[in-house]
Every structure is written in structure tokens, then in C-alpha cells.
Design a protein around this ligand. Structure first.
Ligand code: FE
Length: 301
């Protein structure tokens, strides 16, 4: 299942703003021309500017300007006055558009949690989720966006960004932040309130076939989390039709391999330290027994 963690909607903002500003400025310019025409009527061009520039319904705005320029402007006093007016309108237009073009692009968006911040209590506190999601996960998304600004991978999906930057020494920072952004989004979806227990159906059968029993799977998963040195992730993956437990260090992710990620537990200290201090195994056990979202996990098969 492709998780809905990120959107591209912010990319549309500059274009939208451009059209809004263009429309406003067009109205300002037309109004200005009408005022100018009134002021100048009687002392040049017989004063009927609006009939020449503004009242040709079959012509577009730019055609009107072009037509007017060709027939009236060059070599007249009108040219001298309106050249200055157009010059200032141009400056105004450029000035108004500058913040639009200078706006920082945000290719990735931090998606909302799929549940309330307190939904996983008492096993993961609202306080922990507040920091983990609101600070750590958000920081990875923000940093990835910063690094994506002007990057050739800017318009790729988050999954593609992770895959194309993996193993590239000059893209390490982008890989780390994009992969952490994806890993965390996947992690949130692997949890739910009133989850846990033993999965049934195809997933339950595959766990039994791959590990011998659900209890053996649990023991191996807990042991993998306990013995992972430093920061990282413990995953349940599908690999060639068989389920496996794999560990990745830091931001590494099975997305960059042929293995299909089904389930993950974040075992960085920031994931559990506020609630469990150094008892990492208790944290993993609480997830397996009370929070694992087996419906989502099975949907990844
Ligand atoms: Fe984390």
C-alpha cells in the first residue's frame, strides 16, 4: 500500500498567486489608463483613448495594447507620458511578483497523524508523540525540503528520492532526511489504538510458515530490537514470498532493497525514552501486544 504521507499541493501556489496578481495588476493598469485618458483628453489624440485601447471586446488585453501602440503612441506626447506610466507599472508588477518567485518551495508536506496524538496512550504517551512527530519527524521533513530546493530530484516522489539518493556520497544529507521522513510516516501507520494481538488471515499464515509460530516471531522481533546497537529500525519484510525480520541503522530503509516493508518499529531513543527510559524491549513488546495495526501491515503484502 502506498501511504499518503506527502502531497505536492504547495507546488501549485506560485502559479496560482501569479494568476491572482496578474488579474489584479491588469485591472489596476486598465483603471490607470482610463484616469489618464480623462486627464489628457483635449490636449492630445482627441482624448478618446479608451475607445482605442479598452473597448474592443473581440480583442484580448495584450492585443489591445499592441494595437494601440502601433497606431497612436510613437512620436507623440502621449508616448512620453504613457511610457513613464508603463515603466512604473512594470516596476510595480516585478515588485509584486518578486515574493512569489522568491517563495521557498516545499516539495514534501508533513501529513497529519492517522489518529489523535493521545490515541496510543497508555503505551505511548501524548507527550512522546508530541516530540516524536511534532519535532523529530517535522524536522526531517523541513530539512529534506530545504535540501530539495533547486535539487534535480525536487519533483520526484518521496520513495524515488530515497531510492535515487541511497549510496550517493554527495546526497547523504538528503537521503538521511528523506528516508527518515518516509520511515516515520510508515511507522505511524503501523500503529493504532486497540491494536496488537495475533494477526489472522494470509499474514498470520505467512508468519507461522516463516517463523514457526507467532510466539517465535515475537521473540525474534524483540531480540532483534534489543540487540540493535545504536539508533535504527526493526522491520518485518517480505522477501521472495517469505517473511523476514531485518534491522536497519540510522535512516536506512528496506525501500532501497528488493524487500517489501510490511511493519516497522522505531528504536531510536527519541521513540521511547520519555516513557520507557532505557527499557527498549518493553516499548517494542507494548507495540506488538497493544498497538500493532495488523490490518495496515497485512495490506502491505
Ligand atoms: Fe523516530
Amino acid at each position: 500500500m502506498k501511504i499518503q504521507c506527502f502531497s505536492k499541493k504547495n507546488n501549485e501556489k506560485p502559479l496560482f498567486s501569479f494568476f491572482v496578481l496578474s488579474t489584479i495588476l491588469k485591472k489596476v493598469v486598465l483603471k490607470g489608463l482610463k484616469i489618464f485618458e480623462k486627464k489628457e483628453s483635449g490636449n492630445f489624440l482627441t482624448g478618446n483613448l479608451s475607445s482605442k485601447v479598452l473597448n474592443y471586446p473581440e480583442e484580448g488585453f495584450f492585443e489591445k495594447i499592441q494595437n494601440f501602440w502601433r497606431t497612436n503612441m510613437i512620436g507623440t506626447r502621449f508616448f512620453q507620458n504613457y511610457y513613464i506610466a508603463f515603466f512604473f507599472c512594470g516596476c510595480l508588477l516585478l515588485g509584486a511578483l518578486q515574493p512569489v518567485f522568491a517563495q521557498e518551495r516545499k516539495p514534501l508536506t508533513l501529513a497529519p497523524l492517522p489518529y489523535e496524538q493521545s490515541a496510543l496512550e497508555p503505551f505511548i504517551s501524548s507527550h512522546t508523540i508530541g516530540f516524536h512527530y511534532g519535532k523529530h519527524h517535522a524536522a526531517y521533513v523541513d530539512k529534506a525540503n530545504e535540501l530539495l530546493n533547486g535539487n534535480p530530484f525536487e519533483r520526484k516522489s518521496i520513495e524515488e528520492i530515497v531510492r535515487v539518493t541511497a549510496g550517493k556520497p554527495d546526497q547523504t544529507a538528503l537521503f538521511n532526511n528523506a528516508a527518515q521522513a518516509w520511515n516515520h510516516s510508515f511507522f505511524w501507520h503501523c500503529l493504532r489504538s486497540k491494536g496488537g494481538g495475533k494477526p489472522e488471515g494470509r499474514l498470520g499464515k505467512m508468519i507461522d510458515e516463516s517463523f514457526g509460530s507467532f510466539e517465535k516471531f515475537k521473540d525474534e522481533f524483540l531480540s532483534s530490537g534489543k540487540t540493535l546497537f545504536g539508533s535504527g529500525w526493526v522491520w518485518l519484510v517480505e522477501d521472495g514470498g517469505k517473511l523476514k525480520i531485518v534491522r536497519t541503522a540510522n535512516a536506512e530503509t528496506p525501500l532501497t532493497t528488493n524487500q517489501k516493508p510490511l511493519f516497522v518499529v522505531d528504536v531510536w531513543e527519541h521513540a521511547y525514552y520519555l516513557d520507557y527510559q532505557n527499557r527498549r524491549v518493553d516499548f517494542i513488546k507494548a507495540i506488538l501486544e497493544n498497538l500493532a495495526n495488523w490490518e495496515f501491515i497485512a495490506s502491505n503484502l
